[in-house]
Design a protein around this ligand. Sequence first.
Ligand SMILES: NC(=O)C1=CN([C@@H]2O[C@H](COP(=O)(O)OP(=O)(O)OC[C@H]3O[C@@H](n4cnc5c(N)ncnc54)[C@H](OP(=O)(O)O)[C@@H]3O)[C@@H](O)[C@H]2O)C=CC1
Ligand SMILES: CC(C)CCC[C@@H](C)[C@H]1CC[C@H]2C3=C(CC[C@]12C)[C@@]1(C)CCC(=O)C[C@@H]1CC3
Length: 332
Amino acid sequence: MSPAKVAVVTGGNSGIGLTLAERLLTAHQNLQLCLACRNQSRAEAAKRSLELSHPGAKISIVILDTSNVNSVFQAAAKIKEKYDKIDYLFMNAGIMPVSRVHWKKVFTSILSRDCAHALSTGEGLLQHVDETTSDGLKKVFATNLFGHFILVRELEDCLGGDTTTQIIWTSSKSASDKYFHVEDMQHVIGTEPYSSSKYGTDVLSVAINERLNKKGVYSHTVSPGLVMSGMTYGILSDWFWTLIIPFLLLMRLIVSTLSINTYNGSEPLVWLSKQKAESLDPRSKYCCHVTFWGIPYVQPAKMDISDEDVNQLYNQLEDLYLTFKEKTKQHK
Ligand SMILES: NC(=O)C1=CN([C@@H]2O[C@H](COP(=O)(O)OP(=O)(O)OC[C@H]3O[C@@H](n4cnc5c(N)ncnc54)[C@H](OP(=O)(O)O)[C@@H]3O)[C@@H](O)[C@H]2O)C=CC1
Ligand SMILES: CC(C)CCC[C@@H](C)[C@H]1CC[C@H]2C3=C(CC[C@]12C)[C@@]1(C)CCC(=O)C[C@@H]1CC3
């Protein structure tokens, strides 16, 4: 039997994260799974469903709210108590708060040459909103990016070493340098917090490789494509999505990123976990594509990221992390 490996999945209780957890248990023999979720009862329900499909699986729950700095410090301490070494760290938890759909733009772009771009990135089709957390941080940044950065920093002792660790980020096709400004990494000014946070994720992944590859830690980002999940049901009701599924399936003739289900969307995440980490490209995003007949496959897409952004973002995140670390020490 292969030696036991440990996988931590943030936001592993639903959507892409839950399907990923299920697929990891199938793909890796003898896997110990840690569901790092913000809600105890939703996490327990997920654990029960995984135990039904994988009787005897070793699954633990750690309560983690990535938008809350204290919660991340506490969760990291719990994870370190439970495991000496982490083999896979899936940074999957994420939010995309939206206040409305720009229907006029949806219809004009579907009928234009921009159709494929609009349906694969959602650019310009949604009105995004954001708020400030009790830590004084922008919520989308804190949830999607900074909470995960703290997790990496706090877990560093359990990563890499004799065998490799893979950090795998659920990023997005929406990530765009157009909406990311390193001097405003929280996206205080601007109306695209989600795109900014996901581009920040891609930049951070490159920075982690530069700092931690020598320790055996490899980081990669993934785009799952458009997936029906809590995220999309938060934009439009489930009956609406059900009605337009036939249209989306037809659109697969021209748009290959319409994954639709969480199985397809989790394909690059599972695929990466089966690769030799050293052989992967640290500056490519591993994207989910689906054939017209619904077969998923993975295609790397080169990311155009400047070294200046890589270094500046990492240093700023590190400064913010150290500020909070100091505060938590003082409160002890
Ligand atoms: N759906 C799509 O089309 C796409 C999704 N993605 C990305 O995929 C990832 C998973 O999203 P998806 O499965 O689609 O959506 P879901 O809303 O179904 O899942 C999101 C998961 O993240 C968890 N989560 C949200 N906020 C926090 C928090 N503060 N702390 C801890 N966990 C949190 C949710 O927990 P809870 O159940 O408690 O809310 C849930 O488990 C996200 O990062 C998203 O940005 C990327 C591209 C496309
Ligand atoms: C297809 C239409 C008749 C109606 C749907 C319009 C929009 C609500 C959607 C079209 C492209 C979608 C999209 C996303 C959300 C929903 C759309 C904007 C995402 C932004 C969801 C999160 C991501 O990370 C990327 C997705 C890109 C495509």
